[in-house]
Design a protein around this ligand. Structure first.
Ligand code: NAD
Length: 478
């Protein structure tokens, strides 16, 4: 267990490493990114086993969603690092002429990454890639809810990384609380909004900046003029094919018209059966629910008397294996338990609207989600959706894939979080953008110094307005 003294000692050691300047060197950053890459290349089987033990995650999902995503982030950072770390030239104005201005990215210092259990390998290491690329020292606190992956991370990072600069501290609430007592230069937290508020309050004590990667209820709007089979498969892939819906960007609920809902349900159930068979509880391609607390939480959502007659598909569960079948509900009431919070599991309510355009106001009446999806071929609806729905990110005619585009920032807005990462945004999240202006001793304009005269004021007014004639007038008294 990490006491406050242990946490303090770890931070002290890391701060000494940071002060030594070694993590600023590009060679160090490259060596650590390569070490992370090696972990993904040499320990695939061990990581897959840990993810199986924590979540019964299918090997396919473990590899595609976690191991290869970390490896891609490392490779991208290694490829781009030189460009990212170069000072960025910016234009100057006449006010500072002659001069040159640049934005210099510098590491923030000692950073804390607190990660969540649903993608316990990816969500732990993806931010660490950014922190290292930007030249910081890091403490990673993996989620205790995925203990096998937490222990693999502690072991492998201990073996491969420079442990004077990158430390894994395992633990639950007391350990995280002890860590949060310390002064950090950045805290990167992934998890729910309730703990997000605890993290933000702890950070405020030290004026520490934070990234909060939270969740929310991600809507998917399904129009009537679409290729239904493709849409159904893509919804299934983002919901049940992503860790049984235990994914921050999984579609949480669907909005479609009353007339179209039966067709959509038919397409979803037809494709679900093709993917997971007639008895999905027996399928090896569906992750389990992470633990019995979350299983009971989801069971309560199914057993809520307000929705018990709304189940149109699924509903079966097996507590001994922590499995819940893909479950679809139609027209659940707004005050049901399932609509009051993020579902984070394999249950999908479908809500109906009179006109598909009404979906936008339905979404905007709720907290801003981490992701919003629309399936449509209607150009106007697409444009209205992009313009009027506020969400961390959005995707037209598919689900979840926007996360894989390294040029797009990944993060929330409002209740779904603050700050973002992925690709260069990860580097930026862990960098301070230092403004640097350089001048020589030439061009020392006496007009800026006292005694202030009306001629000097005239000249400066003309200079600041960029009024060339006014400058000559002031200088030569025209
Ligand atoms: P979790 O239980 O693993 O908690 C996250 C972290 O917070 C853990 O490391 C845990 O030790 C720590 N923690 C828990 N209680 C704490 C406390 N009282 N004080 C200090 N630290 C504490 O994960 P979770 O919160 O169940 O994760 C699920 C949530 O995370 C969902 O809302 C989901 O949408 C969101 N999420 C967001 C993203 C994203 O990238 N935006 C990714 C995954 C999950």
């Amino acid at each position: 267990m990490t006491t406050e003294m242990d946490a303090e000692a770890a931070v002290k050691e890391l701060r000494a490493t940071f002060s030594s300047g070694k993590t600023r060197a590009l060679e160090w950053r490259v060596s650590q990114l390569k070490a992370l890459l090696k972990i993904t290349e040499h320990h695939e089987e061990e990581i897959v086993q840990a993810l199986r033990s924590d979540l019964n995650k299918p090997e396919f999902e473990a590899f595609v969603h976690e191991i290869s995503a970390v490896s891609a982030a490392c490779k991208f950072a290694l490829k781009e690092l030189h460009r990212w770390t170069k000072p960025e030239k910016v234009k100057t104005s006449i006010t500072t002429f002659p001069s040159k201005a640049e934005i210099v990215s510098e590491p923030l210092g000692v950073v804390l990454v607190i990660s969540a259990w649903n993608y316990p390998f990816l969500l732990a290491l993806d931010p660490v890639v950014g922190a290292i690329a930007a030249g910081n020292v890091v403490v990673l606190k993996p989620s205790e809810i995925a203990p096998a992956t937490s222990s693999v991370l502690a072991k492998l990072l201990g073996e491969y990384m420079d442990t004077s600069a990158v430390k894994v501290i395992e633990g639950a609430v007391p350990e995280t609380t002890a860590l949060l007592e310390q002064k950090w230069d950045k805290i990167f937290y992934t998890g729910n909004g309730k703990v997000g508020r605890i993290v933000l309050a702890a950070a405020a004590k030290h004026l520490t900046p934070v990234v909060l990667e939270l969740g929310g209820k991600c809507p998917a709007v399904v129009d009537t003029n679409i290729e239904l089979k493709v849409a159904a498969r893509r919804i299934i892939s983002g919901k049940w094919g992503c860790n049984s819906g235990q994914t921050c960007v999984s579609p949480d609920y669907i909005l479609t018209t009353k007339e179209y809902a039966p067709k959509l349900i038919n397409a979803l159930t037809c494709e679900l059966e093709k993917f997971y068979g007639k008895d999905p509880l027996q399928s090896n391609d569906l992750s389990a629910i992470v633990n019995s607390n979350h299983f009971d939480r989801l069971a309560r959502l199914i057993d809520d008397e307000k929705v018990s007659d709304k189940i149109v598909y699924g509903g079966q569960r097996d507590k001994s294996n922590l499995k819940i079948a893909p479950t679809i509900m139609l027209d659940v009431p707004a005050d049901s338990l399932i609509m009051s919070d993020e579902i984070f599991g394999p249950l999908l309510p479908i809500l109906t609207v009179n006109k598909i355009e009404d979906s936008i106001s339905e979404i905007n009446a709720k907290a801003r989600p981490l992701a919003a999806y629309v399936f449509t071929n209607d150009k106007k609806l697409k444009e209205e959706f992009i313009k009027n729905v506020s969400a961390g990110g959005m995707l037209v005619n598919d689900t979840t894939l926007h996360l894989t585009v390294s040029g797009l920032p990944f993060g929330g807005v409002g209740e779904s979080g603050m700050g973002s990462y992925h690709g260069k945004f990860s580097f930026d999240a862990f960098s301070h953008k230092k403004a640097v202006l350089q001048r020589s001793f030439a061009g020392d304009l006496s007009a800026r110094y006292p005694p202030y005269t009306s001629k000097k004021l005239k000249l400066l007014k003309a200079l600041l307005k960029g009024d060339i004639i006014g400058i000559f007038r002031a200088l030569f008294g025209w």
